[in-house]
Design a protein around this ligand. Structure first.
Ligand code: AMP
Length: 346
């Protein structure tokens, strides 16, 4: 199998790193971006900028590439299915549709033998919310089923603010029990029908629901390490994965692993692989899609990846003097926006 042009839906930093990885192995890229200024703009071979509702531009995009992938799971199902009608999409729309909806995702995961998510209840009205919060004794987070990321679409409910939710349209939410975790870890798995490779677990530190730091290797014992890898493999198998999948997990005090969420695309917690592995998450994904080959990651040195978020970006020149630093070339600084990251090998 060999495909010459890769179509990437979305042009943020993940798309940018995909374009850079594609160039290394001589694969051409075309990016579809809904934004005028986007990170991948000067790294792709071609781009189409416009709305996903623009049928002419979308047809041009679909006709311009042989194989397709995504850099965010928050894409309309209609678009994904349209791409898949005539071309191969990595991963399949079935996988993206599961991962883009927290309720579908949790139901799917809990049906896999020995896989457990956080406790949750489906919420479609204020009376359901009232019952559910008392069941979880107010130790819970209300989340939209779709379009939530980096803490967006999440609300902490307390006895004092519960009434504020009375007049909201509460259809398509879930209420999730808050987990008293000792750490958050993630495992990235890449798979096609012939082969699966897994990146070792890393530890993730979040602030205000946004990833701040990823540490490789995760400080966990070998039993937990092996268990987390097994879980990620089992999920990939159950999904019949043809692409990449990040599995975010909570590690609890009693050594249980609960799945938080899935991302069927390269993941922020895998950026360290660009500097500490022979084959990064981007190298492997692009190689899988365009050449049908995946390689063992061969991780080497331990490291910490630190995100540069919002106005921390004003320090980028100072950071560059001490660390290997990646700029996402975003034109506008927004408070919770990921603007770049740097690697600390200290
Ligand atoms: P999410 O977008 O659901 O991955 O949430 C972002 C971050 O919020 C997670 O990585 C956790 O740090 C925190 N978080 C989300 N859900 C829970 C939960 N049920 N219990 C504890 N922390 C949570």
């Amino acid at each position: 199998m060999k495909s010459d042009t890769l179509g990437i839906i979305g042009g943020g930093q993940l798309g940018m790193f995909m374009c850079i990885a594609a160039k290394k192995i001589g694969a051409k890229t075309i990016v579809f971006s809904t934004e005028k200024n986007f990170s991948a703009k000067s790294f792709c071979d071609r781009y189409i900028q416009g709305s996903f509702d623009d049928k002419i531009k979308l047809n041009e995009f679909i006709n311009s590439a042989d194989v397709f992938t995504i850099e965010t799971e928050n894409i309309s199902k209609t678009l994904l299915r349209k791409v898949e009608k005539s071309k191969k999409l990595y991963p399949s729309s079935k996988i993206v549709e599961i991962a883009q909806n927290r309720l579908l995702e949790k139901k799917f995961l809990n049906n896999i033998n020995q896989i457990q998510t956080t406790n949750f209840l489906e919420i479609n009205s204020f009376s359901e919310l009232k019952k559910a919060v008392s069941k979880f004794e107010y130790n819970c987070i209300l989340k939209t089923q779709e379009m939530g990321y980096d803490g967006k679409g999440q609300f902490i409910i307390s006895k004092t603010n519960l009434q504020e939710f009375k007049n909201l349209n509460l259809s398509n939410f879930i209420l999730e029990e808050k987990v008293d975790f000792i750490s958050e870890i993630s495992v990235i798995v890449i798979s096609n029908k012939d082969k699966t490779v897994v990146y070792p677990p890393v530890e993730n530190i979040h602030k205000n629901s946004i990833l701040r730091e990823t540490i490789y290797p995760a400080k966990i014992d070998s039993e937990i390490k092996n268990k987390s890898i097994k879980i990620a493999r089992n999920i990939a198998n159950a999904l019949e994965l043809n692409g990449i999948l990040a599995v975010e997990m909570f590690l609890t005090k009693d050594n249980k692993i609960l799945i938080n969420e899935l991302a069927p695309r390269p993941h922020n917690s895998g950026h360290w692989t660009m500097d500490s592995c022979r084959f990064s998450q981007f190298d492997n994904l692009i190689s899988l899609i365009t050449k049908g080959k995946i390689y063992s990651p061969e991780p080497s040195k331990s490291c910490k990846m630190v995100n540069i978020i919002g106005h921390d970006y004003s320090n980028i020149n100072r950071i560059k003097k001490s660390f290997k630093c990646y700029d996402y070339y975003k034109k506008e600084i927004r408070p919770s926006r990921k603007m770049g990251h740097y690697m600390d090998f200290g």
